[in-house]
Design a protein around this ligand. Structure first.
Ligand code: XIL
Length: 397
C-alpha cells in the first residue's frame, strides 16, 4: 500500500491544526447566538407561551445544542414542519443535500449548491446553528471519482471538493463530518479502517489529507469523525470502538486536526444487541480522555420487532431514548444531540426505499422520532425533555 503524502497538498504540516483565538471566539459567538432566545426567529414562527418548553431551550440550559436534520424540500414545502423545527431545534443539518454524490451533476467540479444553500441560508436567517454533513463518505461518492486514473488525481479531486464545499460556508458552520464512517473491522485490516476506493487508492493518509484540507478551508469549524454502531454491547461494536479510538490516537500523533467524535446512534427498541450504560460511558470517557468533544449526530429509534400496538411501541421507543441519553449525557464532553429528523412525517426509517432494513414486517409505519407524523409530541419527546432536564451542566462546545 502506498502511503506517501500528496505532492499537491501545500499545508501538510501539523501547524495547520492550530486555530486562532479569533476563530474560536467567532464560533462561540455563533453558538451562543443560537443557544439564546431565538431572537432571529420571525414573530409568526415563535412558539405560544402555553406550549411545553422546547427541546432547544432545555438543552441550552445545560450547555447542550439540540438539533435535527432538515431538507431543502421541507423548507420550501412544509411550513408547519418548519415552524416545529424553529421552535424545537437550535441546529440544523442537511439530511442529504451536502453529500458529494447528491450535489454532483455527473462531472468533476459540476456541483449544484442550490439545495445546500437553501438549508444554509435557512439556518443563517433564523439564527440556528448549521452542521455540515459530510465532506467524504464512501456511500455517496460520485461515480466519476471511481474512474480517476491514479492516486494523485484522486487526492486532487478530494482536495478540490473539500475546498469548494467547506470553503463555501467558511466561518459559518459549527462542525463538519469530514469523513463519515471510516471504520469497518469486518474488512479485516489490523487497523480496522474501512477498505474501499479511498483507502485502496490513497492509503490511510486519505484521512489526514481530508482533515488538513478541511481545517485550511474553514479554520473555525469543528472537525468530526462520524461513526455508527459504536453504542451497544456487542463484540462487533467493541471492535469498531477500539478501531475508532486507535484512529483518533493515530491522527493526534501525526498532528492531523480532529476536534470531535460523532456518534450516530441509530438505535432500535426491540432488535439488535443489548445496551449497556457502563460500556457506553467508558467509551465516551475514553474519547473525552483524548481531549475531544462528542456529538450525538443521528439519533433515532427504530421500532421494527416491537409489538404492533402503538402505545406499546411508543413506550419502548421512549425508554430507549431515555436509557441512551441518560448514559450519554452523564459525560460532560457530550456537547450536542441531533436527531435524524424531528417528526415521523420525515424519517428515513419511515421511507421504505431508504431503510428496507428497519422496515416493520407488519408494514405498520415506524415511529422513531420525538414528534408523530401530525407533528404532535410523543413519549419520545417527553423522554428527551426529561433527559435534558436531568443532564449535568456542561460548558458549551
Ligand atoms: C441517509 C438519509 O437519511 C437517507 O435519506 C438517504 O437515502 C441515505 O442516507 N448514516 C449517515 C446518514 O451518515 O447520512 C444517512 O442518511 C443515514 C446513516
Amino acid at each position: 500500500m502506498n502511503c506517501r503524502k500528496p505532492a499537491n497538498h501545500l499545508h501538510w504540516s501539523g501547524a495547520g491544526c492550530l486555530r486562532s483565538g479569533l476563530d474560536r471566539r467567532r464560533i462561540i459567538a455563533i453558538v451562543l447566538a443560537a443557544l439564546g432566545s431565538g431572537a432571529a426567529i420571525p414573530r409568526s414562527l415563535r412558539a405560544d407561551s402555553a406550549e411545553p418548553a422546547a427541546l432547544r431551550k432545555l438543552a441550552a440550559d445545560k450547555g447542550l445544542i439540540y438539533g435535527t436534520t432538515i431538507s431543502a424540500a421541507q423548507i420550501t414545502g412544509d411550513p408547519a414542519f418548519v415552524k416545529l423545527v424553529l421552535r424545537q431545534a437550535g441546529l440544523v443539518v442537511a439530511e442529504n443535500e451536502m453529500k458529494w454524490q447528491v450535489m454532483n451533476r455527473g462531472a468533476r467540479g459540476d456541483d449544484d449548491y442550490g439545495p445546500a444553500d437553501t438549508i444554509a441560508n435557512f439556518a443563517f436567517e433564523n439564527g440556528v446553528v448549521l452542521r455540515g454533513h459530510n465532506l467524504l463518505w464512501y456511500m455517496r461518492t460520485p461515480s466519476w471519482f471511481f474512474d480517476l486514473e491514479n492516486q494523485h488525481e484522486m487526492e486532487s479531486a478530494v482536495v478540490e471538493h473539500i475546498r469548494s464545499l467547506a470553503g463555501r460556508y467558511r466561518g459559518k458552520i459549527h462542525s463538519w463530518d469530514v469523513v463519515n464512517e471510516p471504520i469497518e473491522p469486518k474488512d479485516g485490516r489490523p487497523d480496522g479502517l474501512r477498505t474501499g476506493v479511498f483507502l485502496e487508492m490513497m492509503g490511510p493518509d486519505y484521512l489526514d489529507l481530508a482533515y488538513h484540507t478541511a481545517r485550511e478551508s474553514d479554520p473555525a469549524a469543528r472537525l468530526v469523525v462520524n461513526e455508527y454502531d459504536v453504542e451497544l454491547d456487542a463484540p462487533e461494536q467493541e471492535a469498531r470502538r477500539t478501531a475508532l479510538l486507535h484512529l483518533l490516537e493515530r491522527m493526534q500523533r501525526s498532528g492531523t486536526p480532529v476536534d470531535a467524535v460523532g456518534i450516530q446512534a441509530h438505535l432500535s427498541c426491540a432488535d439488535g444487541p443489548p445496551f449497556s450504560a457502563s460500556v457506553l460511558r467508558r467509551f465516551l470517557s475514553e474519547i473525552a480522555g483524548l481531549g475531544l468533544t462528542i456529538q450525538i449526530t443521528e439519533l433515532d429509534v427504530a421500532d421494527e420487532g416491537a409489538p404492533a400496538e402503538q402505545a406499546v411501541r411508543d413506550r419502548l421507543v421512549a425508554e430507549t431514548y431515555s436509557r441512551f441519553l441518560d448514559a450519554a449525557l452523564d459525560e460532560p464532553a457530550v456537547k450536542m444531540v441531533v436527531t435524524w429528523g424531528l417528526s415521523d412525517r420525515h424519517s428515513w426509517i419511515v421511507r421504505r426505499e431508504t431503510n428496507e432494513l428497519k422496515w416493520r414486517k407488519d408494514e405498520a409505519l415506524s415511529r422513531p422520532l420525538p414528534f408523530d407524523a401530525d407533528l404532535q409530541p410523543k413519549p419520545a419527546f417527553e423522554a428527551m425533555a426529561q433527559a435534558f432536564t436531568h443532564a449535568p451542566q456542561r460548558t458549551p462546545g
